[in-house]
Design a protein around this ligand. Structure first.
Ligand code: 13P
Length: 332
């Protein structure tokens, strides 16, 4: 048993309380590799933003859970080396799908876990979430739960249809499960194709899709039921069109990739939404950089050259999200 406190990590409790009060959101960035982690920590250290490092099921399969945990431990030391005296870093399990997995993360030094039982019937979701909460709270590890179903695909989490969260269920769910934060469904979804062309209109000038707005009425109703309770938004990449265009112009094929407009995320960040999950955007930044280097210099075979540019692109992206979208700069 290793406590996250020994590793210099923090849980989400105080972070979320401050974010709700201050009208900003904490960035929750997924990581799978060293370059991504370096970019996240550099961006957070330079902007003095609290940050959540997320480990998904796909990341665990790709990079190994043990290695990722030690990388997060190293990230705390790296942050200090960068001059961030008291780093506010959370190590979070993204989309945990069983009690055993959540327990193994708690025992291994994670400071926060998500139990995603949103695809189960309501009572089973409550029962499993409660079981995880009872275990995690013994070690002061915070627990995120989910109510409602997001559409889209991310790693091994997928759903063909979305069901908005029912505001009339949230008080009962939060009270009986004891969760510390709640991910809700208001129209965001995982991946780089958040809406079908049929759900959008098309800008006649640019030919680009214009997505429908998020269901802010559902968010407002949830906040009315649970005043001051931490709300989480998954599937919140904005799918920056400059990266999509760069990828497409360099031989890629991402037709009609579309995300959540940043002004809508900015609006959400000012509310009780205090954690915003972003993964796909950094994949796009990484891919754009790799395509650029390999297209411009076909003779290049040093991975440090294309992964190095990918790291630069991701760092710039993370800083932009922190400063211009979530407003968490200067809060750590
Ligand atoms: P995106 O695919 O929109 O980046 O969402 C990531 C996410 O929600 C991770 O849980």
């Amino acid at each position: 048993m290793v406590s996250y406190k020994e590793l210099g990590l923090v849980n989400t409790r105080e972070m979320f309380a401050k974010a709700i009060k201050g009208g900003y959101a904490i960035p929750a960035f997924n990581f799978n590799n060293m370059e991504q982690l370096q970019a996240i920590i550099k961006a957070a250290a330079e902007t003095k933003s609290p940050v959540i490092l997320q480990v998904s099921k796909g990341a665990r399969n790709y990079a190994n859970q043990t290695l990722l945990r030690y990388m997060a431990q190293g990230a705390v030391e790296y942050a200090k080396e960068l001059g961030w005296e008291h780093p506010q870093i959370v190590l979070h399990l993204d989309h945990g799908d069983s009690f055993e997995l959540c327990k193994s993360c708690v025992d291994f030094g994670f400071s926060s876990v998500m139990i995603d039982a949103s695809s189960l019937p309501y009572e089973e979701n409550i029962a499993l979430t409660k079981k995880v909460v009872e275990y995690a709270h013994q070690f002061d590890v915070t627990v995120e739960a989910e109510l409602g179903v997001l559409a889209g695909v991310e790693d091994e989490v997928s759903s063909a249809v979305s069901h908005y969260t029912k505001p009339e269920e949230v008080v009962d769910f939060a009270t009986r499960s004891g969760c510390d934060s709640l991910a809700i469904s208001i129209g965001t979804s995982h991946g780089a194709y958040k809406f079908t062309p049929e759900q959008c209109t098309r800008d006649p000038k640019t030919g680009k899709l214009v997505p429908p707005p998020l269901a802010f009425d559902v968010l407002d109703a949830v906040m009315e039921q649970l005043p001051g309770f931490p709300i989480v938004l998954h599937g919140s990449s904005s799918v920056p069109q400059e990266y999509v265009d760069m990828i497409n112009s360099l031989g890629g094929k991402l037709p009609d990739a579309i995300g959540i407009p940043e002004e809508q995320l900015r609006k959400a960040a000012k509310s009780a939404v205090c954690k915003i999950n972003i993964d796909s955007d950094s994949r796009l930044a990484f891919t754009a950089a790799v395509r650029k280097v390999l297209t411009e210099k076909p003779g290049e075979f040093d991975p440090r050259k294309y992964c190095g540019l990918a790291r630069d692109f991701m760092e710039e992206l993370y800083k932009h999200k922190i400063i211009d979208v979530l407003g968490s700069d200067g809060k750590a």
